[in-house]
Design a protein around this ligand. Structure first.
Ligand code: ADP
Length: 588
């Protein structure tokens, strides 16, 4: 090979080597660039991690410091709590769910009079045993064993009731235990010695006061009884004296003696009753009686004063309520007379209505009788209502002071009703009226079942004529219950205008505005309705015995009429044409 060829070959080899070198250098710098990028990313990552580590470290520091602060607070709170518990004059202890003492204040530990065994760790059962064994407690009538059993059973209850114990040194403690979450128990031992002593003193003085009061009442009862006898003599003699020949002046004196004597007797009777009740000397005498009759007797008694004042005195006795009960009729009448008498006394115009309803249970023959006496009188101011049943309590004010009375009637009525196992109340609105009521449990009298009233089959439609709407309402209610249709009219003229062929009976009040009931009967007789029977409702005795009236109408009913009388009159209608045998039902 020539030199030139050799040189050319060498040059080619050199050029190839140089190209390879360039290639490798390019690869190297690409690798370097990649390395540089990685190194940069790594540095960034390290920086981030370092920052996170620093944050976590800071947070740890903060948590640690917070924890320290919280611990300090807990310790302070615990110290304060314990100081407060120690400062209690009463015993305080707490037990875990197994009944082991966890802690107790000095007052609690003092109960055990220095017994060293009573420290945290002792069980509740052992404490009970120490109390009896060491004679620290007075178990009264119970044996120590029974007392421990009673206290153990109580302790195991989910919510033990407080219990009072007496210690050896006469102190009284009230133990109050409360179970908390997880079964822990907090125990309080309250010193109630002074309260117990105070209660005992109160009981003693109350017993002494009651004995003194009974003695006073017994004295009053005897005195009133003693005064009543000669007083009856004075009134009786004054009455006899009035019947003799006297001049005007002498008659006035005799009447004054009689009236004053009677007024005094009313007062003495009230005082006698009240003192008898107070001295526990009043006895009830239950016997079979008719409540509806008693009610009507009271109404009859009050009817003259009500009539004088122009008051309607009404009775609404539940149609389906029995009337025969066993009770003390005298005392029930006394209460009714007092309540209804007050109602008439304190009412100037309007009405006084006595209503009787009740719930009877035929199984045990008992009935809860409910009586109300409603008036449209002066009413009672709200602030006085509460005291109205107290003794000698009258609503003191000028408009009321003109009424006579002892202020004992309601107090006696309340006591009587309570003695009979009932209750009495009042609702009232000043200026509008009052409603006194009482509820009495009364045994029903066993009477043969009364057949349902047999009414004439022709009796289907009654025209009631009365100018007192409430009176119409009550009678209408009863007639509707008997299946009879009712129309009403408030005057004789309205009644004549309301007459229709389907009306088979007219029940009319005697006293009506303008034409009265008798005149209405006359007009009916003279006209086309002469065949329609008429019953007259009469609130006074005058019509009952008047032959002319009896001739004119088919019956005269006392108003308000007991249901039996009304039924009897209705039943008789089928057989008694007008003017032949008019019946009167006034014997109540
Ligand atoms: P009194 O003998 O005075 O009537 P009560 O004990 O029967 O004694 O009544 C006490 C007081 O209650 C009455 O004086 C009167 O002020 C008030 N009072 C009782 N009933 C009524 C009533 N129906 N309406 C208004 N006030 C009444």
């Amino acid at each position: 090979m020539s030199l030139a060829e050799k040189l050319a070959e060498e040059r080619r080899a050199r050029l190839a080597a140089e190209r390879l070198l360039e290639l490798k250098q390019a690869e190297l710098s690409a690798a370097n660039r990649k390395l540089g990028r990685h190194a940069l990313a790594l540095t960034k990552q390290i920086g981030q991690t370092q920052a996170e580590v620093a944050t976590v470290r800071d947070e740890n520091e903060k948590v640690k410091s917070d924890l320290n602060t919280a611990n300090e607070k807990i310790e302070t709170a615990e110290r304060r709590l314990w100081h407060s518990i120690q400062a209690f004059q009463d015993g305080f202890a707490f037990f875990d769910s197994d009944g082991t003492l966890i802690g107790a204040n000095t007052a609690y530990l003092n109960i055990f009079d220095g017994l060293e065994e009573v420290t945290p760790g002792i069980s509740y059962m052992r404490i009970l045993q120490l109390l009896t064994d060491e004679g620290l407690i007075n178990t009264g009538d119970m044996s120590p064993q029974d007392w421990q059993t009673m206290m153990t059973e109580r302790w195991q209850l989910p919510a033990p009731e407080p219990v009072d114990i007496q210690l050896w040194d006469e102190r009284y403690l009230r133990l109050m235990d409360q179970r908390g979450h997880g079964g822990d128990v907090v125990s309080l031992a309250l010193d109630i010695t002074s309260t117990v002593r105070y209660e005992k003193e109160l009981r003693d003085s109350r017993a002494r006061a009651e004995a003194a009061n009974r003695a006073k009442s017994a004295f009053l009862a005897n005195m009133s009884h003693e005064i009543r006898t000669p007083m009856n003599g004075v009134v009786g003699m004054a009455e006899l004296l009035s019947d003799t020949e006297l001049d005007e002046e002498q008659r006035l004196y005799a009447n004054t003696i009689k009236n004053s004597g009677e007024a005094l007797l009313v007062i003495i009777n009230d005082v006698l009753d009240y003192s008898k009740i107070e001295a526990d000397k009043l006895e009830l005498h239950p016997e079979p009686f008719d409540l509806e009759r008693s009610l009507h007797e009271v109404v009859m008694l009050l009817q003259p004063s009500a009539r004088d004042k122009g008051l309607a005195l009404l009775v609404d006795y539940d149609l389906f309520l029995p009337t025969k009960f066993v009770g003390d009729p005298g005392r029930i009448r006394q209460v009714l007379t007092n309540l209804a008498g007050n109602a008439v006394k304190f009412t100037k115009e309007g009405h006084v209505t006595l209503r009787v309803t009740g719930i009877s249970s035929p199984d045990d023959m008992q009935c809860a009788v409910h009586v109300t006496i409603e008036d449209t009188g002066i009413g009672i101011p709200e602030e006085k209502i509460e005291h109205i049943f107290g003794e000698f309590n009258q609503v003191e004010d000028e408009r009321n002071r003109k009424f006579e009375g002892t202020g004992l009637g309601l107090a006696i009525s309340k006591r009587l009703i309570e003695m009979m196992g009932g209750e009495i109340w009042v609702d009232s609105e000043e200026g509008k009226g009052s409603c006194f009521g009482f509820r009495l449990p009364l045994p029903m009298e066993r009477v043969p079942e009364q057949p349902a009233p047999q009414l004439p089959s022709t009796l289907r439609h009654v025209l009631l004529v009365d100018d007192v709407p409430l009176n119409c309402e009550i009678l209408q209610k009863h007639l509707l219950m008997l299946g009879i249709q009712v129309s009403t009219a408030d005057s004789a003229a309205a009644a004549l205008a309301a007459m229709r062929p389907e009306i088979n009976l007219i029940i009319s009040s005697h006293s009506l505005p303008a034409l009265d009931g008798v005149q209405l009967a006359k007009d009916l007789k003279a006209g086309p309705w002469s065949g329609v029977p008429v019953l007259l409702l009469n609130s006074g005795p005058q019509a009952a015995n008047d032959p002319e009236i009896r001739q004119l109408v088919n019956g005269v009913l006392q108003n308000p009429a007991p249901r039996d009388d009304l039924f009897r009159q209705l039943a008789k209608l089928g057989t008694s044409p007008a003017g032949t045998e008019a019946e009167t039902e006034t014997e109540t």
